[in-house]
Design a protein around this ligand. Structure first.
Ligand code: COS
Length: 384
């Protein structure tokens, strides 16, 4: 087992962080409370991120993208999540949806889909889960059968992030039911394809600005060349994708936790009780110190995992990325909960952002694999 995971932040990484922070604070944060309260899509964020080229920085230059490395992509997501987690799903899901194509699609399919995402003309979502196939993703029931020059899809996908606003969907479906995981294939579906429909929006606890819906496939017919890789390789592509994208959920978690800590520090500085600033009390100081310590540890683990994915050395990639996602999201839940606590009664109201941040943080422990599944992946790697 390799335990090394060196990374070096460059001046370019610092410049990206400064640029995204400026955009996030100017063009995204002012709308975050309203986006949450109205459960509406953060269109201002999409426009601002796209105008600055931060909506899908990971797309390689060969397809019109920025070709940013995995740490840079994490920094973008982290800085957006610091002010609005819903908006950070724009760059995060563009990476999740397109990674199967980047990893495994034919050159023709890459050329067809990736430039539209890089140029900001289209977004892409990822369709793996079903109501009865969440953690046990290989139990999916959506089917795809070959029919001449087409594939015909039937079934329903559930909890699909940014559905409705995305033009493209990477969809995993069973092509050979007898082979279970090795009988699953991956496809790219366009929202205008016949037989494709998006269901109503789920009413969620948090990330209310990011639409989550079911996808319906009713004899949905797509050209044969929209399959990603060979038939039967879709499940491996789906899991390998998650190895590369779980650090982005870690980055989201670090971002929302940092946002909550920053808000808690400024509130605690101003708040007076018992005739003095609450920051004079060690009980408050120790809470802030713990929050800072945990965020810093999570941030480094996320960058280590992201750098491992970038390095081409796949040793332990799954374990590191699962660890980064699980650790950072557990930190986000703890830190945002403590931030609400530090605000006292005010923290429980919608007058301050920490209430929203605590609700938003919860999903990072659930999506892209529950933290129980992350621990299973880590344990399997240790015990294999
Ligand atoms: N990369 C590539 N291939 C992988 C892989 C990975 N990270 N992990 C497993 N595989 C391969 C296995 O080697 C196996 O192939 P062979 O049969 O040829 O050996 C195949 O994929 C099936 O693997 P496995 O038997 O381990 O599958 P399981 O059904 O036991 O599922 C877990 C494994 C639970 C880890 C998987 O279903 C999972 O990650 N579930 C959570 C799904 C998830 O994250 N959902 C969120 C959706 S996105 S919001």
């Amino acid at each position: 087992m390799s335990t090394t995971g060196l990374y070096q932040l460059t001046e370019e990484h610092d410049a990206i962080r400064a640029a995204v922070r400026e955009i996030a604070e100017r063009a995204i944060e002012p709308f975050a409370a309203e986006v949450d309260a109205e459960s509406r899509y953060p269109i201002e964020a999409q426009k601002a991120l796209t105008a600055a080229g931060f909506h899908a920085t990971h797309i390689p230059e060969a397809y019109g993208g920025e070709g940013a490395d995995a740490i840079a992509t994490c920094i973008v997501i982290e800085e957006v999540a610091r002010v609005d987690m819903s908006a950070s799903l724009i760059p995060a899901v563009n990476k999740l949806g397109s990674m199967p194509i980047i990893l495994s699609a034919s050159e023709e399919l890459k050329q067809k889909v990736l430039p539209s995402i890089a140029e900001g003309r289209a977004m892409i979502s990822y369709g793996l889960s079903e109501r009865e196939a969440g953690s046990d993703a290989a139990a999916m029931r959506t089917r795809a059968r070959r029919d001449g020059d087409t594939w015909v899809l039937n079934g329903t996908k559930a909890w699909i992030t940014n559905s409705g606003v995305s033009e493209w969907y990477t969809v995993m479906a069973v092509t050979d039911p007898e082979k279970r995981a090795n009988g699953i294939s991956a496809f790219v579906v366009h929202r205008d394809d016949p037989g494709f429909a998006v269901g109503p929006k789920e009413r969620k606890m948090g990330i209310k600005g990011s639409p989550t819906c079911e996808l319906y496939f009713t004899d949905c017919t797509i050209p044969a060349d929209r399959i990603i890789g060979e038939p039967g390789t879709g499940f491996k592509t789906a899991l390998r994708t998650l190895d590369f994208t779980r650090p982005t959920i870690g980055a989201q978690a670090v971002g929302v936790a940092q946002g909550a800590l920053d808000a808690a520090v400024s509130y605690a500085r101003e708040r007076k009780q018992f005739g003095r600033a609450v920051t004079d009390f060690q009980g408050v100081q120790f809470m802030l110190a713990d929050m800072s310590m945990q965020i810093e540890a999570a941030r480094h683990l996320v960058y280590v995992a992201a750098a491992r994915g970038e390095s081409g050395d796949d040793t332990d990639l799954g374990r590191l990325c699962a660890a980064a996602k699980a650790f950072a999201s557990d930190v986000a839940m703890k830190v945002t909960t403590d931030a609400v606590q530090l605000f006292g009664g005010a923290g429980y109201t919608q007058d301050f952002p920490v209430e929203r941040m605590m609700r938003d943080a919860k999903i990072t422990q659930i999506y892209e694999g529950t933290n129980q599944i992350q621990r299973l992946v880590i344990a399997r790697s240790l015990l294999k």
